[in-house]
Design a protein around this ligand. Structure first.
Ligand code: SF4
Length: 459
């Protein structure tokens, strides 16, 4: 049975060593399938039945077709793009969560309780402005007593519970928050030079995208974060660390999760963050990053004026299909053509391409030359990122000399290039290192033949 399962998995591009097909992996694969909204025969089977279903010809064919269709093992994006699982009303006490509301909604809510719009603005400012960052009704100084009583009775201030903060040797801080359902998310604060400090927020618990170089991707997806849970990460970071690290000026949606997989709440949160009467981040300094969900990317560009980053990481479909399985659904050519078209009508807007450098995989000089060609006609900057290793990772970081040579080829080709080295590595706070693995993990994809030596892959 193990051999049959192994050979089926080999065809799927999932780990191919029969000895590695342990019950844990079988369980992981089945659980991953459940998480990812797979066809029901796959979704409904647990450990034992995950073995049994392979006996059935019809179920086996479900499994095969799910694997061979380009990205069928990815979740149904339309379903996840809805608010399902993302707006967690506190049904227990019917209180509204203040930080999940845009200013317009807050004003409407305040008026519905018989108070004036001006009072809504006073509340909004105490939530987000002037270093108040109110956490409870007692911190609403200067507000009318009846108004405060109403807020105390009908509203919640917090969406997150602080759990811990860890400091890395380079000054990076990782904040851990517990959610109402006990899940844990991570937020990273990165002090930089020139008075710039960035908070990196999570948009989901775990992630469904299964990028092979990313620790969070190994977790699979647990759930979307609400807009309030996203906004509060930035508010809390300011409240907790501003006195130590200075003003937090930038936000990047590059923590746990694929932001466009939770686009409704991400756009809502980003719009709250840039409100000039509130947190007042500059839209140019709020960057939302995606692995390349094309329809959501178009929607974002039309509905939000914040900055966009696209995690590219490969110059061929062959490599990108492997290291970023979303590419099986939205190919490089479609992704880049969409950006070319959408950005052509946007004034002075540049996309940031992120490129995590993996030794022997995507860091050859021919990759650099191909990258120059691929981004032709797209207003962009390219950010070369040093890969951050983590336990169980099969990739090796490109050394700095080679990164510089790669950068030089891009620069000679006319590209604007930045280089980013690891931050927060010693506290697992660096890019692609967030989260905690549970008993089940997303499957490891098969390493294409020509990269096995480079990775010293034992397949
Ligand atoms: S890199 Fe981003 S999109 Fe890819 S698995 Fe990690 S968190 Fe998800």
């Amino acid at each position: 049975m193990v051999l049959r399962l192994s050979s089926t998995m080999r065809r799927l591009g999932i780990i191919t060593n029969p000895a590695a097909v342990t019950p844990t992996l079988i369980s992981s694969t089945a659980s991953f399938a459940r998480n990812l909204n797979l066809p029901s025969p796959l979704r409904n089977h647990h450990l034992t039945s995950s073995i049994c279903f392979l006996k059935s010809r019809s179920l086996l064919s479900s499994f095969s077709s799910f694997s061979s269709s380009s990205a069928a093992y990815l979740p149904s994006l339309d379903e996840f793009a809805s608010t399902k699982g993302s707006v967690r009303a506190r049904d227990d006490n019917k209180k509204v969560v203040l930080k999940g509301m845009s200013y317009a909604s807050l004003q409407e809510w305040v008026e519905s309780h018989g108070f004036r719009p001006g009072q809504a603005m006073m509340l909004w400012k105490r939530l987000y402005k002037d270093n108040i960052w109110a956490q409870d009704v007692d911190q609403l100084e200067g507000l009318n007593k009846d108004f405060k009583r109403m807020i105390g009775e009908h509203a919640e201030f917090g969406a997150l519970s602080f759990k811990d903060v860890r400091s890395a040797s380079d000054g990076t801080r990782k904040i851990l928050f517990t959610l109402d359902d006990g899940l844990v998310i991570e937020t990273v604060v990165i002090p930089c030079d020139r008075g710039r400090t960035t908070v990196c927020v999570s948009s989901q618990v775990g992630c469904a995208m299964n990028c092979q170089f990313c620790y969070t991707g190994r977790m699979g997806l647990k759930r979307n974060l609400t807009a309030a849970e996203i906004v509060e990460q930035a508010v809390y970071a300011r409240r907790l660390l501003s006195h130590e690290v200075g003003s937090i000026t930038n936000v990047v949606f590059m923590g746990m999760g694929e932001p466009f997989h939770n686009i409704e709440n991400v756009i809502k949160a980003a719009n709250i963050m840039v409100d000039e009467n509130g947190l007042h981040f500059s839209p140019r300094k709020v960057t939302v990053s995606t692995s390349g969900l094309v329809p959501q990317l178009k929607r974002f560009l039309r509905e939000c004026n914040c900055a966009l980053a696209v995690s590219l990481n490969a110059t061929t479909d062959e490599v990108r299909n492997w290291i970023m399985p979303i590419n099986r659904k939205y190919k490089l050519s479609l992704l880049l053509e969409t950006l070319r078209e959408e950005l052509s009508s946007m004034h002075k807007y540049k996309v940031l391409f992120e490129y995590v450098m993996l030794a022997g995989v995507n860091d050859r000089m021919e990759d650099a030359r191909r990258l120059v060609e691929l981004v032709q006609g797209i207003p962009c900057k390219i950010n070369l990122i040093q890969f951050n290793p983590h336990s169980g990772s099969q990739f090796i970081p490109t050394d700095e000399d080679k990164m510089i040579k790669f950068r030089n080829v891009l620069a000679e080709g006319g590209c604007t290039v930045l280089m980013r080295f690891s931050r927060g590595n010693d506290q697992m706070a660096a890019c692609g290192q967030l989260g905690m693995l549970g008993a089940t993990q997303a499957p490891v994809m098969r390493v294409p033949e020509q990269f096995r030596t480079a990775l010293k892959a034992s397949v």
